[in-house]
Design a protein. Structure first.
Ligand SMILES: [Zn+2]
Length: 319
């Protein structure tokens, strides 16, 4: 089963999936540092979601976790109004997105694990545990996010890696990680494995931001799934570069370890806010490029559908 914000669905109900997206970011330190991160309109999220659906997509993993502007109730409303299959995240972002006095820095990993497990079992806390009165929505997270800022995690990131690994092992949820650089992957996977979470349960995001085919292939060989999610961000790398990376990874036999996403967490990337290319880009523009570059329909389907189904499938509780 896959846990969406509108409830659990059988794995075979999941269609083409954008594995790293952002529908809503409602304040928090990321927005204070970078006002362009503010994605505060459910109407705009519904518009983008409908464009993605019309272009042939079905699902998005929303990657905003606790304390950085996640809007649990808004995600539920977006899914209801648009028809999008939406998977929400609990967990944590990178160190610099939490204030020096944030509670995450005060507690040991096992106490933080309790908060994540409670979200997974009882529903997401509306404010991301930012308010002293815990109030849950019915919707539960379908994935746990974790992040590191550099190859060597900070003290806070060591704690969150341990907490997230233990919570994922306890709940059967998969993990999606933010890698600032591909060099971060080995430390992340080792820390998660130490808590009982195998690499097969992990999606490594942003591996295309600085990585080349060799680094990405090495990550695939660990059993983890790599997410190439800088699509549509032509300020970084053109989509054609990422298409070539996918083709090369498939050629090397890693076609079942690659997924795609669109980290379009800025107003300027959204049609609904007057920007480009909009959330339809992956399905409207990139998928045809994958076919034109020589991938077969089955190879494209593996990247968009089969691998997301395998990784998002919630495992049996292990403890
Ligand atoms: Zn992101």
């Amino acid at each position: 089963m896959i846990t969406t914000v509108l409830g659990d669905i059988p794995v075979d109900r999941l269609g083409p999936t954008d594995c790293h997206g952002h529908l809503l970011i409602r304040g928090g330190l990321p927005v204070a540092l970078e006002p362009e991160f503010l994605l505060d309109s459910v109407d705009a999220a519904v518009t983008e979601a409908k464009e993605l659906l019309a272009a042939g997509g079905d699902a998005v993993i929303d990657c905003m976790p606790l304390g950085v502007g996640r809007d649990a109730a808004g995600l539920v409303e977006t899914a209801r109004r648009s028809g999008l299959t939406l998977v929400a995240a609990t967990g944590f972002h990178k160190d610099r997105f939490y204030a020096a006095d944030h509670w995450v820095r005060r507690y040991p990993a096992d106490r933080i694990t309790e908060l994540l497990v409670a979200e997974a079992r009882e529903g997401m806390e509306r404010s991301g545990y930012g308010d002293p009165f815990v109030e849950r929505v019915e919707a539960r997270p379908g994935i746990i996010k974790v992040a590191t800022s550099a190859p060597e995690p900070t003290a806070m990131e060591h704690t969150t890696l341990r907490a997230v690994g233990a919570a994922a092992a306890a709940t059967g949820l998969p993990v999606i990680s933010h890698t600032e650089h591909p060099d971060a992957a080995p430390a992340q996977l080792a820390a998660l494995a130490a808590e009982g979470l195998p690499a097969e349960r992990v999606i490594l995001s942003h591996m295309d931001r600085h990585g080349d085919a060799d680094t990405l292939a090495a990550a695939c060989e660990t059993g983890a799934t790599v997410c190439l999610d800088w699509l549509g961000r032509t300020d970084r790398r053109p989509d054609a570069f990422i298409v070539d990376l996918v083709v090369e990874l498939v050629r090397r036999g890693h076609g079942d370890r690659v997924v795609l996403g669109q980290d379009l967490a800025r107003r300027g990337y959204w049609h609904a806010y007057g920007g480009e290319p909009g959330m339809r880009n992956l399905f409207a523009n990139v998928v045809p490029q994958l076919a034109a570059a020589g991938l077969s329909p089955d190879q494209v389907r593996a990247v968009l559908v089969d691998t997301p189904r395998r990784v998002l499938d919630r495992m049996e509780m292990t403890r």
